[in-house]
Structure formats: C-alpha cells, structure tokens
Design a protein around this ligand. Structure first.
Ligand SMILES: NC(=O)c1ccc[n+]([C@@H]2O[C@H](COP(=O)([O-])OP(=O)(O)OC[C@H]3O[C@@H](n4cnc5c(N)ncnc54)[C@H](OP(=O)(O)O)[C@@H]3O)[C@@H](O)[C@H]2O)c1
Length: 326
C-alpha cells in the first residue's frame, strides 16, 4: 500500500507516522509532504529514510490513501487534486467536514458512512468532538439521546506544534513569540478556541455542535458547547451532560460504555481519567459517571482522550483500516 501524508512534520503528521508504525497495515511506500521549510528533510520510518517534499500536481498518482494534516487551506487546495489523481483522501482539517458530499467518520460510530464518498474525500472530525461522540454513541444505543451540553478542557497540542512551543516558552519564563492563543496560556485557562461569531460562539464550539449532529445523524439534536484551552501538553477532557430519551441508571450507563468499542471506563470512588494518564493511548476514557440530582434522564460524564491520537491520527488510520479491510 502506498500512503501519502500531507503535513508529515506537524504534531498530527508525526503522530500519524507513529500510529502507522504500530498497526497492521502493510505499507510499502510513503510519500511525505510538508511546507517548503521541510523540503529535503529526511524522516526515518519502517527501517528506511524518506525524504519530505512539497506537494505538486502528479504527486498523488499511485497513492492509495492520502492523509492530510496541513491545515484547511492546503486541504481545500490539494484534496480535489489527490482525489482526481486516484487517492482516497482522509482529511484532518475542518475544510470538508460539513460538506454534504463528504462523510464525517468516527469508525466506532458510523464506519459505514466512509463507503459513500462522492468527492473521494473523507473527513476526520474535530478532536474534542471525536472523543465525545464515541461516549455519546454508547449512551445513545442504550437509551437514545435528547440533548447534549459539553464543556471542554483542551490541551495546547490541539493548536499544533506552535501551541506546544508557546506553553513551553511561557513555563520557561520566556515570551511566547507567535503564540496561537489569545492570552498567555501558562497558569491560565482561556475560554476561546477560534474566532467568535456574531452570536458569541467560537469556531471550535460551532464545530462540536455541528459535527456531533452530523456524525450521529441527528440533525436536530440540541447541542451546546463551551470550549476552553488549558495549559496541558496533550489530552483533551470533556465534561458531557447527556439527556437521554429513556431513563438510564449509572450502572446501566457504565455497562453500556464498558461494552462499547474503543471505550475504557475509569470510574469509581477514587478513579477518574486525566490527560497525563491517558496520553499515548488510543482509547476514549470515561469516568465520573453520575446521574443528575434533579433531572432523571440526564447523565454527567467526564471524557478524556489523547487529541493527537484518537482525536486525529488514530481515527484517520482506523478509517484507512476499515477501507483496506485490515
Ligand atoms: N493538533 C490536534 O490535536 C488536531 C486534531 C485534529 C485535527 N487537527 C488538524 O490537523 C491539521 C494539522 O494540525 P497540527 O496540529 O499537526 O499542526 P502543526 O503542528 O502546525 O503542523 C502543520 C503541518 O502542516 C505543514 N504545512 C504548513 N504549511 C504548509 C504548506 N504551505 N504546504 C504543505 N504543508 C504545510 C507543516 O509543515 P512544516 O513543518 O514544513 O511547516 C506541518 O507538517 C490542522 O488542520 C488541524 O486543525 C489537529
């Protein structure tokens, strides 16, 4: 199999290479693409050295799967080119996610959607959305879903390598030149990820709302989100309030989550998942499972996952595995 990575040198691209080296896909050829800054750089993978190039017409010929993680502008530019040249594109950016002709796929939830891809492009959802919908689908299958309210605590690596650099520089006492954050991030929490729209919601919040509805095929599901950047290197946490259609006990919710693929329940009196403990893992971890004290059909969940793995690279590689029958 010939796999191309556009954005191979970034936070997600490097995690993609790591995940690909751990899985069973038989890859005999890699095409690594990044910006002109990285052209000519060598990257070791699979016992060989592969040279980074810039994308150019023709580069996706003979490519089976093209995994994109180089930002929305590059995805808009190169997605149709790669598809036209015969590659199946799995795109990590926001460029194509809400296009009705592009499936938005989390394999544990809607793997079959990847089969219908009129543009030859499949979109990987937003990182905090992926982990939330995995937990929500387990609850939905047990008791239906009537409403969702989420608050996220998102790590700096969600903003790529520049986000990680900014936190490191500030913790070291320096100024974070080129920080992607609206305020200093060290010792802070910032309730803004993306730009505000005219109604006061940020881009990241709109993504969680719209993408959740699309992935779950529940276009009218009421969803609200507040997305917050926190000074954590890797791992997003999401507090989810899920109102179900039928009443579900905590034990029933725990059993539904524990039986669901890709979920680990880390619950109990003293147990709960944190980003530090779950970084480097591919699963979605759920703890703090509680019933609302006033609303009998409402559950509260604490959902943690590695945003670079399940929130990006692992989810994309799982999509490739589904299509390749691996
Ligand atoms: N970080 C996450 O948790 C996460 C989760 C889900 C989705 N995503 C999405 O994945 C994408 C990448 O995110 P990231 O966190 O990996 O960002 P990043 O660390 O900033 O990496 C960006 C990558 O894009 C490449 N690039 C930049 N300009 C380019 C150009 N003109 N042509 C070709 N390649 C170019 C960079 O190459 P150079 O190294 O040469 O500059 C680098 O490989 C974004 O669309 C992001 O929204 C990220």
């Amino acid at each position: 199999m010939h796999v191309a990575l556009l954005g191979a040198t970034g936070a997600v691209g490097r995690t993609m290479l790591q995940v690909l080296s751990e899985r069973k896909l038989k890859i005999d050829r890699l095409t690594l693409l990044a910006s002109p800054r990285s052209a000519g750089r060598s990257i070791d993978w699979g016992g060989r050295s592969w040279e980074c190039r810039v994308a150019a017409p023709g580069v996706f010929r003979d490519v089976d799967f093209a995994l994109f993680s180089a930002g929305a502008d590059r995805s808009k530019e190169w997605g149709p080119v790669a598809a036209e040249e015969g590659a199946i594109v799995v795109d990590n950016s926001s460029a194509w996610r809400m296009d009705p002709q592009v499936p938005l796929v989390v394999p544990e939830v809607n793997a079959a959607a990847a089969q219908d891809r009129p543009r030859g492009i499949i979109a990987n959802p937003n990182c905090s959305t992926i982990q939330m919908v995995v937990a929500l689908e387990a609850i939905r299958q047990a008791a239906g879903l009537a409403r969702v309210v989420a608050s996220s605590y998102q790590s700096v690596s969600g903003a790529g390598e520049t986000g990680r650099d900014a936190l490191r520089a500030e913790v070291g006492g320096g100024a974070a030149e080129g920080s992607p954050f609206a305020r200093p991030i060290a010792g802070n929490v910032i309730p803004q990820i993306g730009d505000f729209d005219e109604e006061g919601w940020t881009g990241e919040e709109r993504k969680m709302i719209n993408e959740t509805r699309k992935i779950l095929s529940l276009p009218d599901l009421p969803v609200a989100a507040t997305c917050v950047r926190v000074p954590v290197d890797v791992g997003h946490s999401v507090q989810v309030m899920a109102e179900t259609e039928r009443e579900l006990s905590v034990d029933e919710a725990r059993a539904a989550l524990a039986a669901f693929p890709g979920v680990i329940v880390a619950d109990g009196a003293a147990g709960y998942p944190t980003p530090r403990e779950t970084a480097g893992r591919d699963e979605v971890f759920v703890g703090r499972i509680r019933k609302d004290p006033y609303l009998p059909r409402t559950l509260h969940l604490w959902v943690v996952a590695d945003n670079l793995r399940k929130g990006a690279a692992t989810n994309a590689v799982q999509i490739v595995e589904e299509l390749a029958g691996a």
